[in-house]
Write a protein that binds this ligand. Structure first.
Ligand SMILES: [Zn+2]
Length: 418
């Protein structure tokens, strides 16, 4: 396979060259000599190479409903606005929404997303076409959703590229019945499968679980065999200290989504206590209806600020730790040897333009990325050794935007006719 040589990039404040081959960082050293026929990329000493981002929880196609309904209480927001619109979604809408999401993720430095939605065939198609990594959930909802492509996913997952993986994705403990959850636990342990679930997002979910099962949501999941080192717990807001100890013991992963948690007034992620018990944390954006963007840069800043404000301790959630949650720790949760710019790691990276206002002066590059930058500082994005964006150009961008705009317009028109 053809190799790629990055010339004169800045890594840990030093200028260096990096050779990428077979999707990995093969060699990092100064003054590497180009090989015959090798692709060359000149960073000219102004682009810093940094780990890319791994979005641990989202609903990609919901970008199509971005800004459709804001500033409402969670249940009203879902039942009166989002669910009726979602009922009108077609596979083509999910394809166009997924492409819009991936476009935005690439622009903001994300090379992987963990998705939970339906018409999954379309999200796989979009991810395969655009070169990003993804984990696609086999969605479970007890009230039935005829729109899932679960069977297609199961039949075809062995033919996907190595960038695409799948997870068992029971939506939440309040939308999936106990028997289905128990079966999911059994299947997961038999297959060593990833499990992706919304958990303890609202006070109501916590209280209802206590009333119905006489257990916290975390204890309930554990009794059903669903708390494993491969379990991704989206939100994880309403946790007791004992819950946090149990999550740590089972080595499961909590996903922090500060923007969504604040916008829906769900509550505050107990990050400091989770860290105290050495439990794993990744970051995610949630869908674009409750955020309303998919920028992991913004999520890092909000995570850091919210932890400091909530704990009244400015030393908690420091910038390097938050960056690690958005990159290496997120990758590791999905079994990816990535999120670090070192030989032998997967060749995923962002190239950040230091010749920009928010990256100047450059006392601490990571501090600038977490507290000052926005996605516009990202010049190029590499995933699996290939450029997804080069010098701010993404192939097909205008067509993707136009198709998403048209899909969104037609979607709302269909609802009006109902
Ligand atoms: Zn969600």
């Amino acid at each position: 396979m053809k190799s790629l040589l990055l010339k004169n990039v800045i890594l840990a404040r030093k200028n260096t060259d990096i050779r990428i081959r077979n999707g990995q960082f093969e060699k990092i050293a100064q003054n590497l000599t180009p090989e015959d026929g090798e692709d060359l990329f000149h960073a000219n000493g102004t682009l810093a190479i940094l780990p890319a981002f791994y979005n641990a929880h989202t609903h990609a196609a919901m970008t199509l409903m971005r800004g459709y309904a804001d500033d409402l209480e969670l249940f009203r927001w879902l039942s009166e606005m989002i669910w009726p619109l979602e009922a009108q979604l077609t596979p083509e809408d999910v394809y166009n929404g997924s492409r819009l999401a991936i476009l935005e993720m690439i622009r903001s430095g994300t090379v992987f997303f963990n998705d939970m939605y339906w018409f999954q065939k379309q999200t796989v198609r979009a991810a395969e076409e655009m070169g990003i990594r993804a984990c696609i959930g086999l969605l479970q909802l007890s009230n039935g959703n005829d729109n899932t492509d679960n069977e297609w996913l199961k039949e075809n997952r062995n033919s996907f590229s190595s960038r695409i993986q799948t997870a068992l994705a029971p939506h939440a403990i309040y939308t999936v019945d106990t028997e289905t959850l128990r079966k999911t636990g059994e299947i997961a342990s038999g297959q060593n499968a990833l499990i992706h679930i919304h958990l303890a997002e609202t006070k109501k979910e916590f209280d209802d679980c206590i009333n119905q099962h006489n257990m916290t949501p975390v204890q309930y999941l554990d009794t059903l065999g669903l708390l494993t080192p491969r379990t991704i717990l989206a939100h994880s807001i309403y946790l007791t200290e004992d819950d946090i100890k149990l999550i740590a013991k089972r080595n499961s992963i909590t996903v922090h989504m500060p923007a969504s948690n604040m916008k829906l007034a769900s509550g505050r992620f107990p990050g400091e206590t989770i860290l105290k018990h050495h439990s794993r944390i990744a970051l995610g954006t949630d869908g674009a209806c409750s955020n309303n963007n998919l920028s992991m840069i913004e999520e890092m800043k909000l995570a850091a600020l919210l932890a400091k404000l909530g704990s009244e301790n400015p030393e908690t959630f420091p910038a390097p730790l938050v960056y690690d949650m958005a990159s290496r720790r997120g990758a590791e949760a999905f079994g990816l040897h990535a999120g670090v710019i070192q030989e032998g790691y997967l060749a995923d990276a962002i190239l950040v333009d230091l010749n920009t206002p928010t990256m100047t002066p450059d006392f601490h590059t990571i501090s600038n990325m977490v507290y000052a930058a926005d996605p516009s500082v990202i010049d190029s994005v590499i995933c699996d050794g290939k450029f997804l964006m080069k010098h701010r150009v993404i192939d097909g961008e205008q067509e993707i935007l136009a198709a998403a705009r048209e899909s969104a317009h037609k979607l709302v028109e269909r609802l009006k006719k109902c």
